[in-house]
Design a protein around this ligand. Structure first.
Ligand SMILES: Cc1cc2nc3c(=O)[nH]c(=O)nc-3n(C[C@H](O)[C@H](O)[C@H](O)COP(=O)(O)O)c2cc1C
Length: 336
């Protein structure tokens, strides 16, 4: 099967099937502490932040979703329109498709509508296996004018795919070499199975700039693969595999000093507030934004507007007026 039709399948399945984990992202185990009296105006709550040297109006990144098929053009356009309008960051789906077929490059290119945003490219760890690919990746990142690149770790998804990668020998060395080679920030993300503290430490030692923990609780990519294959018993068996997002975030936060992105089922502003209180710098969202972006940019904007109002409301209710006061604030959150 071509990468282009796999990309198409992924979008179709995520839009039409129940691919969400049954288990939760783990944030229900935490409660934000109610603060009955504050001394500031709701309108003065400031969500501005800086990430990889660029200013964001809100601590949100649109997680890697797509690129490499016709459907991706509209989706990326709608996402980029809103990212530019409200001032948030955005990533694209794996660029392997455009590297293999240059005619697909345009489906990742959003700079004409989003010249100012923090835009991050994407490639799988398995693609770093051969040094000849390093130059191809560098060119692909330049072609979409991205500010950095996510390397995604998706071992569980690969193993659930019949045609998936099995050989991960020297993966840490390959990542290290790639980071030395490419003159851009390298960020590492999971795709919804989470990153443990131990792995985060290895990544930090490799020189990655940021980790997106992308834990379990949102889209389950083993479940997505289950819908793609007829003989799907293995994918089905592993459909609930993964470290819940809250657990992964807390482990990574206590192990490394790198900026962290929390994602994986963080679909509302209260969960976002909890994630930042637990140490995240940004939150990432994929699943719900795919659904809205498939409709229109207005739908994306509406979803994010509600999300941001919820986040601000939660911040006021814990008594903090900016992200510096909220981040890693263990007075504001407790384990229940
Ligand atoms: C249609 C679709 C395609 C995706 N493709 C990629 C990809 O190419 N590379 C990647 O790193 N993550 C990819 N993801 C995973 C997301 O970036 C995210 O890590 C995952 O869906 C969990 O986050 P969520 O619960 O907010 O959806 C994709 C997600 C969706 C919905």
């Amino acid at each position: 099967m071509s990468i282009k039709s796999r990309k198409k399948d992924h979008i179709k399945i995520c839009l039409n099937e129940n691919v969400k984990f049954q288990k939760s992202n783990g944030f229900e185990k935490y409660e934000l502490k109610h603060n009955a009296l504050v001394n500031f105006n709701f309108d003065d709550i400031n969500l501005e932040t800086e990430f990889l040297g660029l200013k964001l109006s809100f601590p949100i990144i649109i997680s890697s979703i797509t690129g490499g098929c016709d459907e991706a053009v509209k989706i990326n356009k709608n996402l980029a329109t809103v990212a530019q309008k409200i001032g948030i960051a955005m990533s694209c789906g794996s660029q392997k498709a455009m590297i293999k077929d240059g005619r697909l490059t345009h489906s990742y290119q959003i700079r004409d509508i989003a010249p100012d945003i923090l835009y991050v490219g994407n490639i799988g760890l398995d693609y770093l296996k051969y040094r000849v690919n390093f130059d191809k990746i560098r060119l692909a990142v330049r072609e979409i004018e991205a500010d950095g690149i996510f390397v995604h770790l998706n071992l569980a998804q690969e193993l659930a795919q019949k045609e998936g990668e099995r050989d991960f020998v020297n993966s840490v060395e390959n990542l290290s070499d790639f980071i030395k080679f490419i003159d851009l920030p390298v960020l590492v993300k999971e795709v919804g199975f989470g990153i443990s503290g131990k792995i985060a430490l290895k990544l930090e030692r490799c020189g990655v700039k940021t980790i997106d923990i992308a834990g379990a609780g949102g889209i389950s990519w083993t479940k997505v693969e289950k819908f793609r294959q007829e003989d799907n018993a293995l994918a089905e068996r592993f459909s609930e595999w993964g470290i819940p997002s809250a657990e992964s975030l807390v482990e990574c936060q206590s192990t490394v000093r790198l900026p962290l992105i929390a994602s994986g089922g963080i679909y509302d502003g209260i969960s976002a507030c909890k994630a930042i209180a637990l140490g995240a710098d940004l939150v990432g969202i994929a699943g719900p934004l795919l659904i809205e972006a498939n409709k229109s940019s207005e739908a994306v904007e509406k979803y994010l507007e509600n999300y941001i109002i919820e986040l601000k409301t939660a911040m006021m209710l814990v008594g903090v007026k900016n992200l510096k006061e909220l981040k890693n604030n263990r007075q504001a959150i407790k384990l229940i």
